[in-house]
Design a protein around this ligand. Structure first.
Ligand SMILES: Nc1ncnc2c1ncn2[C@@H]1O[C@H](COP(=O)(O)OP(=O)(O)O)[C@@H](O)[C@H]1O
Ligand SMILES: [Mg+2]
Length: 224
C-alpha cells in the first residue's frame, strides 16, 4: 500500500512558512503527487475551533502546561481525522507548523520541561513523526516586520491578516529570540529529520532551496 510523505514547516512568525508551504505544494502537484495542505493549530474542524481559543489575544493567563495540553488535544484530532488518513491513501501532507512549535513555544520559550512534551508527543504523535521538517530560520525582527506588513494588507482573510497581533505575535523580542534558539536546537538534535533553511532570501530562492532538499531526502519523483 502506498504511504505518503509527511512534511512540516517550522519557524518564527513571518519566517515564510505559509509562503513556502504553498510553493512546495505547487511543485509536488506539478509532478503528479496528491498533496494535502494543512496547518497547526487547526487542520480539522475540532482543531480549528481550538485554534481560535489558542491564538485569542484576550485569553486569560494560563500555564505553559495547560496550553501544551490544548495544543496536543488539537493535534490528536488533527492526526486522527486529517493527517493519518491522508498518508494512508498515499497523499503527501504539508503541515504549516507541527509538534516542534510546541517544543519551541511552550518548551524553550515558555519554560515547560521537555520531559512533559516528550510524554505528550509519545502519546499523541507516536509513530506519525514527520518525514522531513523544514526549519525556516530568520532574524525575528525581520520576521515581525514581515508579519506586521502582512497584517496591514487587510484582506478578507480575517484571521491571518487580522489587524491585531495574535497571542504569540504580540510577545516581547526576547520571546522570539528564544523561539529561534528552540527551533535551531531541535534541528541540531534531529539532523536526519530536519533541514534548516535560510529565510533571509527572496521567496523564489528559498523555494528552490526547499525543493532541492525535498528531492534529495524524499525522492518525490520515485513513487515509494
Ligand atoms: N522570502 C521572503 N521575503 C520577503 N517577504 C516574504 C518572504 N516570504 C514571505 N514573505 C512575506 O512575509 C509575510 C510573512 O510570510 P508568511 O509566509 O505568511 O510567514 P509565516 O507563515 O512564517 O508567518 C507575508 O506577507 C509574505 O508575503
Ligand atoms: Mg503562516
Amino acid at each position: 500500500m502506498a504511504i505518503g510523505k509527511f512534511i512540516t514547516l517550522e519557524g518564527g512568525e513571518g519566517a515564510g512558512k505559509s509562503t513556502q508551504a504553498e510553493l512546495l505544494a505547487v511543485r509536488l502537484r506539478a509532478i503528479g503527487l496528491d498533496v494535502v495542505m494543512t496547518r497547526e493549530p487547526g487542520g480539522s474542524p475540532f482543531g480549528e475551533r481550538l485554534r481560535a481559543v489558542l491564538l485569542d489575544a484576550t485569553m486569560p493567563e494560563h500555564s505553559a502546561l495547560s496550553e501544551a495540553l490544548l495544543f496536543y488535544a488539537a493535534r490528536a484530532d488533527h492526526l486522527e481525522t486529517t493527517i493519518r488518513p491522508a498518508l494512508a491513501k498515499g497523499r503527501w501532507v504539508i503541515c504549516d507548523r507541527f509538534a516542534d512549535s510546541t517544543r519551541a513555544y511552550q518548551g524553550t520559550a515558555g519554560a515547560l520541561d521537555f520531559k512533559t512534551i516528550d510524554t505528550l508527543d509519545a502519546l499523541v504523535v507516536a509513530q506519525t513523526q514527520p518525514d522531513l521538517t523544514l526549519m525556516i530560520d530568520l532574524d525575528p525582527e525581520v520576521g515581525m516586520q514581515r508579519a506586521n506588513a502582512r497584517r496591514c494588507l487587510q484582506t478578507n482573510d480575517a484571521e491571518e491578516t487580522a489587524s491585531h497581533p495574535d497571542r504569540f505575535e504580540g510577545r516581547a523580542a526576547a520571546f522570539h529570540e528564544a523561539l529561534r534558539r528552540g527551533f535551531l536546537d531541535i534541528a541540531a538534535n534531529n539532523p536526519e529529520r530536519c533541514a534548516v533553511i535560510d529565510g533571509n532570501n527572496d521567496a523564489e530562492t528559498i523555494s528552490d532551496n526547499v525543493w532541492s532538499i525535498v528531492k534529495d531526502r524524499l525522492q518525490p519523483g520515485e513513487r515509494k
